[in-house]
Ligand binder design. Structure first.
Ligand SMILES: N=C(N)NCCCC[C@H](N)C(=O)O
Ligand SMILES: O=C(O)CCC(=O)C(=O)O
Ligand SMILES: [Fe+2]
Length: 352
């Protein structure tokens, strides 16, 4: 090798080293969660033809989301266009439901036959073998002809969503909310597509064009300093993007940085807390890593949060994207996984 070429080679190696170390070191240092105004994405989504992808991928909002995904795995979104009244009403209806008698709540009880949809009582959900101090209602995208595997009654997640008759507004409001949140999830994923691949449609079609979404309505009783109990044990989320609508004025959600410190994701009225899940780790070949988080409601108030999970298609085969593999010198860090299998495995381990 000529002297000139070997110097170039050394520089290239050094740059590669720097890039890699930047990626790993920077995650350790986060001590706060960024707030991102996504209104430019909302505008792009309503008039896609007016926006050039090459311009869009250079936009501040796309760079901010990319940086947040690389460094923190969590960010708040504002300027999302979801009416504040809607955001508040959804949590209020959650409070109203959890205030009902046990008997009433059990009219929509989750069972194996309901495909693990419905109401679960305090402590029924477990994380790493320990009961979580929350009650919840779980909803999954309805099974229809688009999910042939789930139409077979012997699939563990085959079943129907269970809607309470009280409060009366619960079902219509939540159905509307689900439509709005699906659109919001897709909009944020477009920015991630632009950042990772340069294409806003990177996750459309067979990847996540028909998302197998989940929604949880969660109630956390106050723990009053009982440090042996946890509202929800530490975990990462399973899919692509989680959008959390949490009660104002109660600090309970905590995010772990690489030093092992817990950073509070304090509620900011009118925002959603967004975090990335396991499947983005695989698709991005580890460029984006899901961040461990937990819930500790050790104050004195009952807390409701409503996370919406925007996920891949049930049958999506998730494997590192070519461009992400190329950036890692052709090395694929994760084996392919079928999203529905990953999810089923997780859900079946969530209950004793
Ligand atoms: N659909 C999602 N992501 N739900 C997250 C729940 C996390 C706790 C659950 N018991 C667990 O052990 O995973
Ligand atoms: O209640 C929260 O703030 C978050 C809950 C959560 O992490 C989850 O359900 O996956
Ligand atoms: Fe979570």
């Amino acid at each position: 090798m000529s002297k000139f070429r070997s110097v170039l080679f050394a520089v290239a190696k050094l740059e590669h080293f720097n890039n890699n170390s930047k990626m790993t070191i920077s995650r350790a240092s986060f001590s706060s969660i960024p707030i991102i105004d996504i209104s430019p994405l909302i505008k792009m989504r309503s008039h896609p033809k007016h926006y050039d992808q090459d311009d869009m991928k250079e936009k501040k909002v796309v760079k901010e989301i990319d940086e947040a995904c690389r460094k923190v795995g969590f960010f708040y979104v504002q300027g999302h266009g979801v009416p504040f009244e809607m955001i508040d009403l959804v949590r209020k209806l959650g409070h109203d439901f959890f205030n009902l008698s046990t008997e009433e709540k059990h009219t929509i009880k989750m069972t194996q036959a309901s495909g693990w949809r419905g109401y679960q009582t305090l402590g029924e959900n477990v994380t790493k073998g320990i009961s979580d101090m929350h009650e919840a209602i779980d909803y999954f995208r309805d099974c229809d002809a688009e999910f042939p595997r789930l139409l077979h009654e012997d699939h563990p997640l085959s079943g129907r969503n269970l809607w309470p008759s009280s409060p009366a507004a619960f079902q219509p409001v939540y159905k509307q909310y689900l439509t709005i949140m699906q659109d919001l999830g897709r909009t944020i994923l477009e920015a991630i597509g632009l950042a990772l691949v340069g294409s806003r449609d990177a996750f459309e079609g067979t990847r996540a064009g028909n998302p197998f979404w989940l929604l949880r309505v969660i109630g956390y009783p106050p723990m009053e300093q009982k440090v042996t109990e946890v509202g929800c044990g530490e975990h990462t989320d399973y899919g692509l993007l989680t959008l959390v609508n949490q009660d104002d004025g109660i600090r309970a959600l905590q995010v772990k940085n690489e030093d092992g410190d817990w950073i509070w994701a304090d509620p900011i009225p009118g925002t959603f807390v967004v975090n990335i899940g396991d499947m983005l780790k695989v698709w991005s070949n580890g460029e984006y890593m899901p961040t461990v988080h937990r819930v500790l409601n050790d104050g004195s108030k009952y807390r409701v949060s409503v996370p919406y999970f925007y996920e891949p298609n049930f049958d999506a085969v998730v494997e590192p994207l070519d461009i992400c593999k190329k950036r890692a010198e052709g090395i694929s860090k994760y084996a392919p996984v079928v999203y529905g299998d990953h999810l089923t495995n997780k859900i079946l381990n969530n209950f004793k």
